[in-house]
Design a binder for this molecule. Structure first.
Ligand code: DQA
Length: 183
């Protein structure tokens, strides 16, 4: 069964009351409920986590290795300046999908994404649906990974010194597979 971790960053615990003109009126609890319902309908598992603390989120990313097939991340304002978060994402083999309720590119100039270069993709501007689309993308990535390598990689073909790491659903990480394909 594919397992996905959804991480909500700073201030997202205030959803429902926070700038409803931008972020809508749906609470975080309701978003989590809809994510769990979608995962269940797709035969997958999802865990959700919210923190207002950069280090706590980084710890969760590190701990996701070997436990989750993919991560859906709304990093809130950390998106715009956290190189620690960017390095954490780049440092783990678990694919990360960046999501935002609002379209950050249509807002203030400071709302750039410093994590965009190290995530698998970005979904934004669709409100709660950004999360649900992010979860669908995560499940598609997990399905592709287990389809490409249903028994799991034994690492024998690896030309790198990266230790053999398996995704929870059995496949090698996308980065490992890319490296293994190199001559
Ligand atoms: C956000 C966009 C960020 O710019 C902002 O700081 C947030 C929420 C979004 O979901 O639209 O906290 O990530």
């Amino acid at each position: 069964m594919a397992k996905v971790l959804v991480i909500h960053g700073p201030n997202l615990n205030l959803l429902g009351q926070r700038q409803p003109d931008i972020y809508g009126t749906t609470t975080l609890a309701e978003i989590d409920r809809r994510l769990v319902a979608l995962a269940r309908a797709e035969g997958a598992g999802v865990d959700t986590y919210q923190s207002n603390h950069e280090g706590a989120i980084i710890d969760r990313l590190h701990a996701a290795q070997g436990r989750y097939d993919a991560i859906v991340l709304n990093a809130g304002a950390l998106t715009h300046y956290s190189y620690s978060l960017r390095d954490a994402i780049a440092g783990i083999p678990v694919p990360v999908i960046e999501v935002h309720l609002s379209n950050i590119h249509a807002r203030e100039a400071f709302r750039i994404s410093v994590i965009a270069p190290v995530v698998r993709g970005q979904i934004g501007g669709f409100g709660v649906d950004s999360y649900l689309l992010g979860l669908r993308a995560a499940l598609a990535i997990a399905a592709r990974a287990s389809h490409a390598d249903p028994g799991g990689s034994d690492g024998a073909a690896s030309v790198t010194d990266e230790p053999a790491r398996r995704t929870p659903s059995g496949g090698a990480s996308p980065r490992q597979r890319a490296r293994q394909r190199r001559p």
